[in-house]
Design a binder for this molecule. Structure first.
Ligand code: 4AD
Ligand code: MG
Length: 463
């Protein structure tokens, strides 16, 4: 017999039909007259399906009445209209097959658990309502990312995870090696001899697929990547992970204005998908995690994003009269408190900030005529701050070389990248969206560790 998914049953309400459903028990209540109610969840949706199991079942006393929270089973039975108001249908069981009992020490008993505790049982937390909702929303967002770019003629390009270049030039790379770290081979000068390693050189986990993405944009026009990236930065915050997913579109013959336009359309598209496809999940999170979540998402899709330059933003911050922990001043990077002031207080909507000082931005960003700022952008959103970073790229051969020298990067490590400026260079632009920051925004969750299945942060890599 075909196995029905609970979400489909609620959608179709096939009263009178014989069905088979599988799932995990959330609760069991035994009534007086020799029958029990089982609430089961199969992960397809937030709602539990109620099963009525009675003494006519051959294993009622021996098995059904021993089912605890977390047990897995298959129920065959008839769909009946429900007496209760909560839901339209329930199942009158004709057969209950138990796959696995779950003893009393199952860590997710029917009560609300704190997220800190749930993080210690990452292998089980997906069975809670909140993590089920977050996971379904994460899925919707992933699909919507592909829909958006596919519909606009962008090609999905898979860039490497093991790389020999530092795309951000920030030195926050995890090393990849086959060396036994306790017995590193040395050169006569006493340095680690990377020539003897697997790739014959020093390699790392990628911090961004951008540079490789640019090579494909310079051939296919519009491309995007969507893959894991790694940062060995020691940031213990609610918005940083050591391993996170990034979406990086790159567009040939595009400038920063077009880049900003695509970024705004893109964010609105994926948020709209969640509002349409995850109504129950958003409602749950709005009720129990972040009050006003739905309205804030609706606000983001409803109006245009604000745009301003970094220089104007500094002026706004200086004149704001706010007591910031770090006063904002031209030439230093913006803190989250500044970003949140701009989005939550000053503009009350997402803001696209452009033209930051070149001193603290990446080497590949196109230098402006003032020689002080670059043609970059950060998209800032309420609650979170920076969600997207992007730029028009430096397409001028000489200027790029100069910028690399200033940044202390060796041109020979980036020969492939410089070649793009030598052979048919063209203006181009792109951005990177931190996928988990997007999931944070769309779920209202407060900690980035709770929107990726298995978070990796300083000191944490449980399995
Ligand atoms: O601003 P970033 O470092 O930009 C780049 O990597 C560019 N190569 C993107 C491009 O132009 N193609 O990172 C982009 C985004 C940030 O805006 C943020 O949302 C996210 O990636 N991000 C992180 N998310 C979680 N944990 C971290 N440690 C993150 N670092 C960056
Ligand atoms: Mg950035």
């Amino acid at each position: 017999m075909q196995i029905h998914r609970v979400q489909e049953l609620f959608k179709q309400s096939p009263v009178g039909q014989r069905v088979s459903v599988c799932g995990w028990v959330r609760t069991r209540r035994d009534a007086k007259n020799n029958f029990s109610f089982l609430e089961i969840n199969d992960g397809s949706c937030l709602k539990n399906l109620q099963i009525i199991a009675d003494g006519t079942l051959e294993n009622y006393e021996t098995e059904v009445k021993k089912l605890g929270t977390g047990s897995s089973l298959r129920v065959e039975g008839v769909v009946v209209a429900s007496q209760g108001k909560e839901q339209a249908i329930e199942i009158k069981a004709e057969r209950v097959h138990v796959y696995g009992f779950s003893p009393e020490d199952f860590p997710l008993q029917k009560k609300r658990h704190g997220f800190d505790y749930l993080r210690t049982i990452a292998h089980l937390r997906a069975r809670t309502n909140t993590f089920g909702a977050v996971t379904r929303i994460r899925h919707t967002l992933s699909m919507a990312v592909h829909d958006f770019f596919h519909a606009r003629g962008f090609f999905y390009v898979q860039t490497p995870i093991i790389t020999a270049n530092d795309a951000e030039g920030a030195g926050e790379m995890f090393q990849v090696t086959t060396f036994d770290l306790d017995k590193l081979p040395r050169t006569p000068e006493g340095k680690v001899d990377y020539a003897q390693d697997f790739f014959g050189r020093r390699t790392s986990l990628t911090v961004s697929g951008q540079l490789e993405g640019e090579t494909y944009a310079m051939a296919l026009g519009n491309i995007y990547t969507f893959g894991p990236t790694f940062r060995a930065e020691n940031s213990n915050t609610t918005r940083h992970l050591a391993e996170f997913w990034m979406i990086e579109p790159e567009m040939a013959f595009a400038d920063l204005d077009h880049n900003a336009y695509i970024a705004e359309e893109f964010l609105k598209h994926v948020i709209r998908a969640v509002l349409e496809q995850n109504q129950e999940d958003v409602h749950l999170l709005d009720s129990f995690v972040q009050k006003g979540l739905k309205e804030s998402l609706q606000n983001i899709v409803a109006g245009p994003f604000a745009r301003m330059t970094y220089t104007d933003a500094i002026e706004v911050l200086e004149k704001s009269g706010q007591k910031f922990e770090y006063p904002a001043k031209w030439g230093s990077s913006l803190q989250t408190e500044h970003e949140r002031y701009l989005t939550e207080v000053h503009h009350k909507r997402p803001v696209i900030l452009t033209d930051y000082p070149k001193e603290f931005t990446a080497f590949y960003m196109r230098l402006n005529d003032d020689k002080k700022t670059v043609r970059n952008m950060d998209v800032l959103v309420p609650q979170i701050g920076e969600i997207i970073g992007g730029s028009q790229r430096e397409e001028r051969y000489d200027v790029l070389l100069e910028r690399m020298q200033e940044a202390g990067l060796k041109p020979e490590d980036y020969a492939f990248y410089i070649d793009l400026r030598k052979y048919g260079t063209a203006p181009h632009a792109g951005f990177g969206l931190g996928f988990e920051r997007l999931v944070l925004l769309c779920t209202g969750m407060g900690n980035i560790r709770d929107v990726i299945p298995f978070p990796r942060t300083p000191g944490h890599c449980e399995f």
